[in-house]
Design a protein around this ligand. Structure first.
Ligand code: GN1
Ligand code: MG
Length: 361
């Protein structure tokens, strides 16, 4: 067990540490809440950065510094109240760095935003606010001058994800390919169609913009009292991508009636009212910069993310569960089957989704 107090002693914290306990349910980093004694010092969030996945921690923290200071400056200029709850604040170490390396792991600390909540399940009103929030996030980052490189190269590149998938099939490291043949074939059959974004990008028709790239429903903070939108968290994957990333991944998680790892497929349904509300909010704040091609391909984005997540979970299952945290041996298999069920539904709804989007423009 790590000595968290020792790690925390390298950061310039206010107040005495009173309690440290696990926070949230991310699949990659380890996250802890640090409560301090007394009402005058803030609480904190301590995270161990997964260095197997985020190989370049300097680049990672650079992107986060640039993002948070850019947003903070914009909000300040706009005279937004309650600034410390509208953007994350990271705490420097005693040597002025934004992370601490203990010889084995990389750690960082941010200020815990008080009276804030995350949600796993949402209603249309919340989805509308989330859509506006992510659109505003992209809009605010549209004029960042510094270069933000990809913290995970080719993160949402479908061609790359399929290459990893094909490699996993060829290697069959865990001896699981035969068992998954039906799903593998169904995914490969659709491979080319699902790589439309990469194709459009090559043709110069689809730009990359700075996106959040992990817009799972539980990566937004809301006010615990009036439920107003506060800010976007989990900034590790902020990087250039297609806007589809943020639009599609929110709907993958929020418009699903079941969790992403639901074993009972009869519980999985795509919720059109969530789709509509989120799209409305997103278009309100993002329409000013979206191109016609980006808008035209939004229904594709809704299908792309369950598809990509299915490919990624299944790849990890075939590789013997080396990437995502799992809670039981077949977890990645169950996750991939659940994501395919959601994908199949969205795939058959493409025309309806396009009609709804038209009605909102
Ligand atoms: C991971 O860290 P977390 O749980 O927010 C993953 C996302 C996946 C998600 C699936 C860096 O996100 O891309 O969509 O799991 N993050 C990384 O739940 O791979
Ligand atoms: Mg997260």
């Amino acid at each position: 067990m790590k000595n968290y107090n020792d790690i925390l002693s390298h950061f310039s914290l206010k107040g005495e540490v009173a309690e440290i306990k696990a926070l949230g349910n991310g699949l990659i980093n380890d996250t802890l809440k640090v409560t301090t004694a007394g009402p005058d010092s803030p609480d904190y969030v301590l995270q161990r950065i997964n260095n197997n996945i985020f190989k370049d921690v300097d680049l990672l923290q650079h992107n986060i510094d640039v993002t948070t200071s850019h947003i903070r400056a914009k909000l300040e200029k706009a005279g937004v109240a309650d600034l410390d709850r509208k953007v994350l604040t990271f705490v420097k170490t005693d040597t002025g760095k934004s992370y601490y390396f203990d010889g084995e792991s990389y750690w960082r600390v941010s200020v815990f935003i008080p009276d804030s909540v995350t949600h796993e399940v949402v209603d249309p009103q919340y989805s509308y606010l989330a859509g506006k929030g992510f659109g505003e996030f992209q809009a605010m980052l549209a004029d960042v001058e510094e270069t933000l490189d990809e913290t995970i190269p080719d993160f949402h590149n479908m061609e790359f994800r399929l290459k990893q998938f094909n490699d996993a099939i060829a290697d069959d490291k865990a001896g699981r390919v035969a068992e998954m043949k039906e799903l593998i074939d169904a995914l490969l059959e659709r491979g080319e169609k699902m790589c439309a974004a990469e194709q459009l990008h090559r043709e110069g028709k689809l730009p990359k913009r700075i996106c959040h790239c992990d817009t799972k429903v539980n990566n937004m903070l809301f006010d615990a009292h009036d439920n107003s939108f506060l800010c976007v968290i989990d900034l590790d994957t902020v990087m250039p991508s297609y806007i589809f990333s943020d639009y599609g991944d929110f709907l993958r998680t929020a418009a699903n009636t079941a969790p992403e790892d639901e074993p009972d497929l009869t519980k999985i349904h795509f919720r059109p009212e969530i789709f509509k509300a989120f799209t409305q909010g997103y278009l309100e704040s993002a329409r000013s910069f979206l191109t016609p091609v980006e808008i035209e391909y939004l229904p594709y984005a809704v299908a792309l993310f369950p598809y990509m997540q299915c490919v990624r979970f299944l790849t990890d299952y075939l590789n013997g569960d080396v990437y995502y945290k799992i809670q039981y041996p077949e977890h990645n298999k169950v996750r991939s089957i659940a994501q395919f069920e959601l994908f199949r539904q969205v795939e058959s709804l493409q025309a309806e989704l396009a009609d709804t989007i038209k009605s909102l423009i």
